[in-house]
Design a protein around this ligand. Structure first.
Ligand SMILES: Cc1cc2nc3c(=O)[nH]c(=O)nc-3n(C[C@H](O)[C@H](O)[C@H](O)COP(=O)(O)OP(=O)(O)OC[C@H]3O[C@@H](n4cnc5c(N)ncnc54)[C@H](O)[C@@H]3O)c2cc1C
Length: 379
């Protein structure tokens, strides 16, 4: 327990959503306490791709949050010595229906600074993804990739060193009320409180969480050995156009959906789409799948991994390299809303990203929550 038990802001949960609130408050000069039950980050924030995606996020507020968060990530990465491993997104597609979706996307405001590449452009600029089936690719410059398992601990350490944030780890928040938190180590006081529990739906404010229709989504992830090429950007494929709301909500996506249902029904059934990003040692992080339940089973199913690897083979035109690591992750998920921000008590905010986009939107969401909690404060 810190000697001083009184803070301007207490944040429960040291995942990226909690750390987004912490950073925003620290920039305002607030005294911040973080309460985290695990010894080190262990949730979705270190199990993800570390892929900060803008293009493809839901049109409107989520897309704007992603653009802002990418800006903050770039600043923080430079200041906190977090390596940015590659930038940009290549959406490599092989069906005319997908090209129609990409063309429609480029006509929206979300297409700003993005370009459609033909097969020759891809061969010249991104040869690793140039296969005979490839028709076109969307190039987006907005994305960046960090190695989450190293970046999140580094971000927390930097918040402590640079901004004087206090971290109370191996400490569970048991009960929260206005200006007061009962923890497993005793009580602390804070003018404002942000509860950022990730996919813990049942410990704090379970009724409010249930009222927002929140459940969990489980994903399967793989790390593949160095394929012998260097990715110039994160890579996705046709399946991503049916998953990411920024594309899938465009009217042109309906024809693609119908074709995918006919050609890749098992992929759709298991929510499989392809994201491939690369790490410093050349290995690839590849995923993923989506299965929904309040308590999903913790097992990685071989048949699902095979669907992911099958899409890899098609997109890269070669067998996937050897699998060197497998894991699952879960995040909070709601069918009809990408975020939850609730006020279960005065001065307390419950903050959740309820779609798989917390790494891409957490910093901007943290700024919104902190400005709301400290009304009148200037960023
Ligand atoms: C496999 C996978 C891939 C993903 N890929 C991407 C991606 O490429 N891009 C992207 O933008 N997003 C991605 N996501 C989603 C993103 O990772 C999540 O949206 C984000 O990490 C959620 O952050 P969080 O801080 O809310 O949750 P978490 O990271 O789960 O952190 C919540 C923390 O709160 C703590 N906590 C909870 N309750 C208490 C309590 N009572 N007391 C103390 N501590 C508590 C937990 O211990 C935990 O550390 C992915 C997610 C997964 C699982």
């Amino acid at each position: 327990m810190p000697a001083n038990r009184s803070f301007d802001l207490a944040v429960i949960g040291a995942g990226i959503v909690g750390l987004g609130c912490v950073l925003a408050a620290a920039k305002l000069g607030k005294r911040v306490l973080v309460i985290e039950r695990d010894a080190q980050a262990n949730g979705a924030s270190v199990r993800n791709f570390g892929f900060i995606t803008v293009t493809g996020q839901e049109r409107g507020a989520m897309w704007r949050r992603a653009r802002r968060s990418a800006e903050v990530w770039a600043e923080v990465a430079a200041d906190a010595s977090i390596p940015v491993l590659h930038r940009g997104l290549l959406m490599a597609v092989r069906r005319p229906e997908s090209v129609a979706v990409l063309e429609a996307f480029l006509r929206t405001e979300m297409g700003a600074d993005c370009r459609l590449l033909d097969a020759d452009d891809v061969l010249r600029q991104h040869p690793e993804a140039a296969t005979p089936e490839l028709l076109a690719a969307l190039w987006s410059p907005h994305e960046l990739r960090v190695e989450s398992r190293a970046a999140i601990p580094r971000l927390a350490a930097w918040l402590h060193e640079r901004h004087g944030v206090t971290f109370l780890r191996e400490t569970a928040a048991l009960d929260v009320a206005t200006s007061r938190i009962m923890t497993s180590r005793g009580e602390v006081a804070a003018e404002a409180i942000a509860v950022c529990p990730g996919d813990d739906l049942f410990s704090l404010f379970p009724e409010q969480i249930a009222a927002h229709g929140v459940t969990r989504c489980k994903l399967q992830m793989l790390r593949l050995a160095d394929p012998g090429f260097r990715l110039s950007a994160g890579v996705m494929s046709d399946l991503g156009l049916a998953r990411y709301a920024g594309y899938s909500e465009l009217p042109e996506a309906q024809a693609l959906r119908a074709r995918l249902e006919a050609e890749q029904p098992a992929h759709l059934e298991h929510g499989v789409h392809l994201i491939v990003v690369q790490s410093d040692d050349g290995s690839l992080v590849v995923g993923d799948s989506h299965h929904y339940a309040p308590t999903p089973d913790p097992f990685a199913h071989e048949a699902v991994d095979r669907l992911i690897l099958d899409e890899f083979k098609t997109v890269f035109g070669r067998e996937a390299p050897r699998v060197v690591e497998r894991w699952t992750g879960t995040y909070a998920s709601a069918r009809d809303r990408p975020i939850v921000v609730d006020t279960p008590a005065p001065g307390v905010r419950l903050v959740m990203v309820t779609t798989g986009a917390g790494a891409s939107t957490g910093f901007a969401l943290g700024e919104e929550v902190v400005l709301d909690l400290f009304e009148g404060a200037t960023p």
